[in-house]
Design a protein around this ligand. Structure first.
Ligand SMILES: Cc1cc2nc3c(=O)[nH]c(=O)nc-3n(C[C@H](O)[C@H](O)[C@H](O)COP(=O)(O)O)c2cc1C
Length: 416
């Protein structure tokens, strides 16, 4: 998988060759709609299902000229929203057991398959579950803008989406497991994805029954996930590799039990990506509250965190590896430059660099970098501190400045 990373580096040289102009009128539709005759259920009407809204509900609308854009609980690179969520539900009183598609725009669940003795568990080789949440990617929504580098944005958007599901469950104290090892290839076929959409990962919730559901009785109806589609060979190669990838080290949900988060619902409702900083400082206490558990969790899942401290009170300016200062100095101008000349990188109080070495599992490191970034985004929302993920950065230059051979996976600017 590392080869897909190297081939999508942004360098000083190739940055000039990138498309400078983008015609937003050609943006593919960012949500999937099953036909009207499918049965739909509004989440608001089912107390036990209300937490699902937190996965992706609309939390604000913004006007750009005449256009009104809806922004969701989950952030997305370029606001392109390549993730879709499918949910298998069993044993909820008054609710038909089935596989549903989640519609974030109106918080509906669309029934796409009624369960009998069959179920998604078959593809996970596991016993019966109360809920299975599956995240898929519609790659063209991202490749439309980011071309081949969309492979990274898809993983990052997936990580944020996974964390949105995680925090929604955490707010309700619901126990779950992450799952990356399942028969993605067959499941992509059963869902009629036809190479336009593919599964990335899942979250499973047990229902303490050891029956083993059978293979789906029939394939599901194939529905185009966008209004049009342009094939990308590089990304299809990436999907093929992903379908055959074995994940030996699974990430245990218990690693995240130590994570302390206050007022989760308030954070979910308020979370946004900041568009510019006022260049005010934050205190050391605020920095600690945002990052404390993050450093310790990152080290357990082989993510190496670096940060540039531009403006945290009572802490020396400079480059840090985890919490250790490795080079003192004012790196604001460099921070901006590394973030593809975006001022967010240098105007922040600190800019985090999520990195991983080539021995760690590429997919897991990528998805969980964005997962941790999402938790930080929520913590910031609660503290009224601004924050944004940055997917556009110079790869090799960042490595040089941080003095690392690790892959640079994601940047995040945090400040006031
Ligand atoms: C993976 C990822 C990469 C992003 N990269 C950038 C970036 O390079 N520059 C930027 O200004 N915003 C970036 N954003 C922020 C998005 O533009 C933002 O999430 C989107 O417009 C929706 O707004 P919201 O997060 O306030 O809901 C990124 C977001 C994600 C999830």
């Amino acid at each position: 998988m590392q080869q897909f990373h190297k081939k999508t580096d942004i360098t000083f040289k190739n940055s000039f060759e990138q498309t400078q102009f983008i015609d937003w009128r050609t943006q593919p539709r960012s949500y999937k709609l099953y036909p009207n005759f499918f049965r739909r259920y509004n989440i608001n009407e089912y107390e036990e299902l209300k937490f699902i809204k937190n996965f992706g509900k609309i939390t604000t609308t913004k006007k750009y000229g005449k256009e009104e854009v809806s922004l969701r609980a989950n952030p997305s690179a370029g606001g392109l929203y390549p993730c879709e969520i499918y949910i298998q539900i069993r044993g909820i009183k008054g609710f038909l057991s089935g596989i549903y598609h989640y519609e974030p725009l109106n918080n509906n669940l669309t029934l796409i398959h009624e369960l009998s003795n069959d179920g998604l568990e078959y593809y996970f080789d596991t016993d019966s579950k109360k809920f299975i949440f599956l995240i898929s990617n519609v790659y063209f929504r991202s490749s439309w803008k980011y071309e081949n580098r969309a492979n990274r944005y898809l993983l990052l958007d997936t990580g944020h989406q996974l964390a949105s599901i995680f925090t929604s469950l955490k707010a309700e104290n619901i126990k779950f497991e992450f799952e990356f090892n399942f028969d993605k290839k067959n499941l992509n076929k059963e869902f009629g994805f036809d190479s336009q959409e593919f599964f990335q990962c899942a979250i499973l919730i047990d229902n303490e029954k050891d029956t083993k559901p059978k293979q789906l009785r029939e394939p599901l109806i194939s529905v185009a996930p966008s209004d049009y589609f342009i094939k990308n060979k590089f990304l299809e190669e990436f999907i093929q590799k992903l379908e055959n990838e074995k994940f030996e080290e699974q990430i245990k949900a218990s690693i995240f039990e130590e994570l302390k988060m206050k007022n989760i619902q308030n954070s979910i409702d308020k979370r946004r990506s900041i568009r510019g900083f006022k260049k005010e400082s934050i205190s050391k206490e605020e920095f600690d509250e945002i990052t404390k558990d993050i450093f310790s969790i990152a080290s357990k899942i082989n993510i190496d965190l670096y940060f540039i401290n531009n403006n945290i009170k009572s802490m020396k300016q400079g480059i840090y590896k985890n919490v250790t200062l490795i080079q003192e100095g004012d790196f604001k101008a460099i921070g901006t430059k590394l973030a593809f000349n975006q001022r967010l990188g240098g105007d922040s109080c600190f800019t985090l660099f999520f990195t991983a070495n080539e021995k760690s599992n590429y997919i897991i490191s990528y998805i969980f970098s964005a997962f941790l970034a999402h938790i930080i985004n929520l913590k910031c929302a609660n503290l009224n501190i601004g924050c944004t993920g940055i997917g556009a950065y110079f790869d090799e230059e960042s490595k040089k400045i941080l003095n690392t051979t690790n892959n640079i996976l994601y940047l995040q600017a945090i400040g006031k």
